[in-house]
Design a protein around this ligand. Structure first.
Ligand code: SF4
Ligand code: SF4
Length: 315
């Protein structure tokens, strides 16, 4: 089993409508996974010792509050660790934040991830998120704050200042914004922070399978999962977790990407006359440049098979 965690994208509905949302979530969206489907996958996951963790995300997963609590307890009772991603809208008062944090903790949730930046705070008051993070820390769960940046934003500075009293307990990290979903039409590409050398980039795959409320499975949780058709590896109704793992392991393109990164692909593509930027905002951009170019993929097909065979013999 190549996967060690499953991210369950419970819904594409959200109480926010952020300009940078890679899923184009909004209050009007309606996709939503039912409880029995989630429990079936949790049962399946619990049969693999390699799979340790279930993550609930969205959209805003906590719009389906009772369902998240029920499915978290179900996964906890089968030995799995639980994380929840949220925009923190529920920290409307200290009492309410403490109530939600206590419910999450009692349902087995061990970690809560928050998204905080100018894009989210157009919709969600920062004070709500601050109260929610504080309540999670007080309840004894782990918390993490994720921040998105472009050339135009200065989110890391104000977020770290606002959360300064929580940062001894909360992890925080920032990432360059990528043009996926709604961000493609709202954020100019010249505002992106190109900070990675394309040829030195390694795939970000962290063994997390994405189960989407649209009925599909994707091999990773990059914000590009929906932009790169090849990352769709199966459907919830038709494929077992074992089949998905076997598919990823046996695919020559994935095998090269996961083992040696993108330099080999980009050098080979240049031999065929393709040109790439030297710097990209994220390694996943290399993935997009390769997998969303049918002409390039056609020309590389034979070399990819030979390279994958060579690498498999070495491992
Ligand atoms: S809060 Fe998150 S899921 Fe909701 S619209 Fe914003 S980025 Fe999308
Ligand atoms: S490089 Fe590709 S496969 Fe790897 S995490 Fe990014 S989008 Fe997913």
């Amino acid at each position: 089993m190549i996967f060690d965690k499953i991210s369950i994208l419970l819904t594409d509905k959200c109480n926010a409508c952020c300009d940078m949302c890679c899923l184009s979530c909004s209050p009007q969206n309606t996709l939503h996974l039912d409880t029995q489907t989630i429990k079936n996958v949790i049962d399946e996951a619990a049969g693999f010792p390699e799979i340790k963790q279930i993550l609930f995300t969205g959209g805003e997963a906590l719009l389906y509050y009772d369902q998240v609590l029920e499915c978290s307890a179900y996964a906890r009772d089968r030995g799995l660790q639980i994380s929840v991603y949220t925009n923190g809208f529920w920290g409307t008062s200290e009492q309410e934040a403490a109530r939600v944090a206590s419910d999450l903790k009692n349902s087995g949730v061990g970690m809560v991830h928050f998204s905080v930046d100018n894009y989210h705070q157009e919709w969600i008051p920062a004070e709500n998120v601050l109260r929610a993070v504080h309540a999670v820390n007080e309840a004894g769960m782990k918390s993490e704050i994720s921040i998105m940046e472009t050339r135009e934003t200065n989110n890391v500075h104000w977020v770290k200042e606002l959360f300064k009293n929580e940062l001894d307990k909360s992890k925080s990290g920032w990432w360059p914004l990528l043009p996926a979903g709604r961000a493609k039409g709202k954020i100019n590409r010249d505002k992106l922070l190109n900070i990675f050398q394309a040829k030195k980039s390694l795939c970000y795959f962290d063994k997390m399978l994405l189960m989407h409320c649209n009925g599909n499975y994707y091999m990773c949780c990059s914000v590009y999962f929906n932009e790169i058709p090849r990352l769709k590896i199966g459907t919830i109704s038709q494929n077992s977790l074992a089949e998905l793992s076997d598919y990823v392991i046996s695919d020559d393109w994935f095998f090269i990407m996961l083992n040696i990164g993108f330099e080999w692909f980009l050098n080979k593509a240049e031999e065929f006359g393709f040109v790439f930027p030297e710097l990209v905002p994220c390694p996943c951009e290399c993935c997009r440049l390769i997998f969303c170019n049918p002409d390039l993929m056609h020309k590389l097909e034979n070399d990819v098979r030979l390279k994958a065979d060579e690498l498999r013999q070495q491992t």
